[in-house]
Design a protein around this ligand. Structure first.
Ligand code: UGB
Length: 598
């Protein structure tokens, strides 16, 4: 009933809506009209944004919040009526005929795909001050995650176009979902590095908005503790990617351009693209509408479990059950021990690595119905067992892998299980937390994420016939890891196993203390015996045969203490640095055929 003449008619409507939705407390401490009018108008600008950015607006947000908060208060099981069981999916073994066929099918189809990276999260668990995609994925070249991703997409694009007869050059679209926390720094990283070789027009950034925070079970909106004319907001989760893609209009553009697949992936998995070609091949071959990539999962590991849920009314769905929900769900449905390892040493439920492949046509059809809205959840931290007051404000959240929850039963929802060593090594945990991970469970730290890359590359070369020495065990930042030879290559050298096999000939061997960095495309290893460090690069039109016995002091992995403030944060969080004592470094800058013997 205050004098609202300083507001526009739209703002007055928003004010009425807030009052009708029980939000009068927001205005309680506002001074009389004429004081702070600009700030007050700023408040309504924010309300207008919150209203516009949520499917159905704030009214819908608050109604859903009340329902979910009421369910949470009475402890309602979100899986009521559902019984979990272990689903069946495609289980791949790296390097066998089946795998090789899927890889080829995947590369062939990649020209019809678009890639979407969700990178709006700050990664609080990692405690790193920068954006996660800027972190080096490994230290031999310092290649950051986003560079690794972009080069992989470009290599896939190139390989796919070459495979198709008369292969015209096309561009695989690449979308990055950012948030206010990451947008500016992501753009800056791309611009200052010339988009790492991708055309800037090929990359699109979509920024997700935060959602309003809630202070009680009535869904009263939280006033920002730093500004009484603002509503406090927090991230809504990676599920926003669907509504953003839908409202951007990109999906229809892609469909009209003949694309068939959308691949979603996360910010810090340096192995990911070793798993993508085969998994896309599975989607194509099995005609999956939804395909989730998965790895064997240790019980209680902090990744979701892919689960088949069967309702008492007959409905079934294959869906990710988040790690904190799987154990209680199992206990409530006849598995008194909950989430435990079976005789294989792993949980029977495959671990979701949140790399999703959707078939574009059915995706558009579904989003046309839902507008991209994803089933949400709320996770309030209560002050006590009365469950009335919260320790801090909460908000609704959503996850991109919950997309299948609204799909009709006819939808083909499958998954692909890959070897962990090949597919999954995220960088999520800070050193202190990683060191506390139960023995045998993965650390998911910067240390393990990098060592996993050397391990995967070593194992892949072994599979191709190279004699690679066994690793040694070392402890960095309190985590014991395998240290394999430090082997890295650019995605354009080899993307799939067939590439590796065509580039490795004769009897090659690599000792444990070795480093091998391959940067050029047409580099062939032939009867190479490596005991030291070798860095080799070439221009596109050079063909280089690398052989003979290379021996030098090499590169040495040295411990760095996490608390050593003289070291950059990127180094401290992995607990080691590389001391480049001696190497053989060759660059072939002219076109032609060359043979490198030391
Ligand atoms: N992200 C966003 O883009 N926006 C957001 O609002 C939040 C996150 P986390 P999480 O693979 O190990 C997921 O925090 O959510 C991006 C799956 O839910 O790293 O704990 C963010 O930038 C889980 O089932 O992971 O767990 C990052 O790229 C399991 O599969 C991505 O979303 C787990 O990942 C994931 O965010 C896993």
């Amino acid at each position: 009933h205050k004098n609202l003449s300083f507001l526009s008619p739209d703002q007055i409507e928003l004010a009425k809506m807030l009052l009708e939705m029980g939000q009068s407390h927001l205005f309680e401490h506002w001074p009389e009209p004429g004081v702070d009018d600009d700030e007050k108008r700023g408040f309504f600008d924010q309300v207008a944004r919150l209203n516009a950015n949520y499917p159905g607006g704030l009214v819908s947000y608050l109604k859903t919040a009340r329902e979910l908060l009421a369910d949470s208060k009475v402890g309602k099981n979100p899986f009521d009526g559902f019984t979990p069981s272990v689903p069946s999916g495609e289980v791949l073994t790296f390097g066998d005929d089946n795998f090789i066929q899927f890889e080829e099918a995947g590369v062939r189809e990649a020209r019809n795909a678009a890639f979407v990276l969700v990178a709006g999260g700050l990664g609080e668990r990692l405690g790193y001050n920068g954006i996660k995609v800027a972190l080096p994925s490994e230290s031999t070249t310092g290649t950051c995650f986003i560079q690794q991703y972009i080069e992989s997409i470009l290599a896939l694009q190139d390989a796919s176009c070459r495979l198709v007869q008369g292969g015209y050059q096309m561009e695989i679209p690449f979308v990055i979902m950012t948030s206010d926390d990451t947008h500016g720094r992501t753009l800056e990283l791309l611009e200052s590095n010339a988009y790492f070789g991708m055309k800037s027009t090929q990359v699109k950034l979509l920024k997700q908005e935060k959602v309003a925070c809630l202070i009680d079970n009535d869904a009263k909106l939280a006033v920002d503790p730093h500004n009484k004319y603002r509503i406090q907001t927090k991230p809504h989760g990676h599920g926003d990617v669907h509504s953003l893609l839908y409202s951007s209009g990109l999906l229809n553009v892609w469909r009209d351009a003949g694309l068939k697949w959308v691949l979603f992936f996360q910010d810090t998995n340096g192995l990911l693209f070793k798993a993508i070609p085969a998994s896309l091949g599975v989607s194509v071959t099995k005609q999956y509408h939804v395909n989730s990539l998965a790895v064997p999962r240790k019980a209680k590991e902090a990744i979701g479990g892919i689960t088949k849920l069967t309702h008492s009314d007959g409905r079934t769905m294959v869906i990710n059950v988040e790690y904190n929900q799987l154990d209680p769900l199992l206990r409530a449905t006849g598995y008194p021990d909950g989430d435990v390892n079976c005789e294989t040493g792993y949980s029977p439920f495959p671990g979701n690595i949140n790399q999703l492949i959707f078939e574009l046509g059915s995706y558009i059809e579904e989003l046309t119905k839902t507008g991209g809205a994803i089933k949400e959840f709320v996770n309030p931290k209560y002050q006590d067992s009365s469950k009335t007051a919260f320790k801090s404000s909460t908000r609704l959240e959503c996850m991109m892998q919950d997309y299948p929850k609204t799909l009709p039963p006819s939808a083909r929802v499958g998954f692909t299980v890959l070897d962990t060593w090949l597919a999954y090594a995220p960088v999520k945990n800070n050193p202190e937390d990683a060191a506390k991970v139960p023995k045998g469970n993965p650390y998911h730290s910067a240390t393990s994420g990098e060592m996993a890359i050397y391990r995967a590359n070593s194992l892949i070369l072994r599979k191709a016939g190279v004699k690679v020495d066994d690793p040694v065990h070392q402890v960095f930042n309190g985590q014991e890891v395998e240290v394999w030879p430090l082997i890295t290559w650019r995605p354009k050298w080899a993307l799939i196993f067939a590439d590796i096999r065509s580039k490795v000939r004769g009897n090659c061997s690599i000792s444990q203390k070795s480093t091998m960095v391959i940067k050029g495309r047409n580099i062939f290893l032939e009867d190479l015996s490596l005991d030291g460090a070798l860095v080799i690069d070439s221009v596109e039109d050079a063909e280089v045969k690398v052989g003979g016995s290379v021996q030098n002091k090499g590169w040495i992995v040295e411990n760095v203490d996490y608390s050593d403030a003289s070291m950059p944060e990127e180094v401290r969080i992995r607990g080691f640095k590389i001391n480049k004592a001696e190497q053989l470094e060759k660059y072939y800058s002219e076109p032609g055929k060359f043979s490198m013997t030391p």
